[in-house]
Design a binder for this molecule. Sequence first.
Ligand SMILES: [Zn+2]
Length: 286
Amino acid sequence: MDEAAATVRDCIAVLESVYPSSWAEGWDAVGLVVGNLDAQVGSVLFAVDPTPEVAAEAARGAGLLVTHHPLFLRGVHGVAETSPGGRVVATLVRAGAALFTAHTNADVAAPGVSDALATALGLRDVLPLEVEHAAEPIPTADAPTMCRGLGRIGQLPAPEPLGEFCARVARALPATAGGVRATGPADAPVHRVAVCGGAGGELAGAARAAGADVLVTADGRHHHVLDAVSAHPIAVVDVAHWASEWPWLEQAAARLTAGLAARGRTVSTAVSTLVTDPWRLHVPSH
Ligand SMILES: [Zn+2]
């Protein structure tokens, strides 16, 4: 065996150090889903969703697939290839590839999912929106991760109108059929920006309390957003859930590479560009 070759166990040790499973919500299902800890890993594929298409991509040479969303959240009685989840398991097992997921534990980590979104949008002086674990120890060089809660707030280099800001968001994130929607108006000035990767519409109040002009998040619900913008002078910018979390993949890949290097191990990494946003067609109504 190659001295520098990494195993699934090595990769998980690094991923657990930066996204500890203990930080995941009680209802979540994170960690190793498929795979052998002693299997050698030459390359690792990162993706938001463990869909059959993503599993097929991983099966073309990756020893480990790391996804943000869990494969199974509820009890499973079988993994027959009659279900999408069963097909994912079978595809990965046949290819000798492992699957590891880091979900709400990667949301609250710092840096985590919302830090990656903030960086993609060019925000400066980024701080946590809601500190859930204030007693966390100061990060060290070996484990430079903290648990900082959901959402981040930061500043644009200079104020810009909401319409222009939405164009910035559209440029920063991968293309999706739905694009970028906002509550408007287009000329509202935007300087302080709150972000929450994934469904973070409930953070509008906290975002406004922290001084945000706008909250960028996904899956905004009708009543939630309507109430939020009536109650608070804040705009909500809604993007595809997949797109809001996609910037995290590159960050996670870099952290795995760095953590393995510190242990004298090497892998190659790749970020999947398969669009797993389920919305594929958008026709503006008139
Ligand atoms: Zn998500």
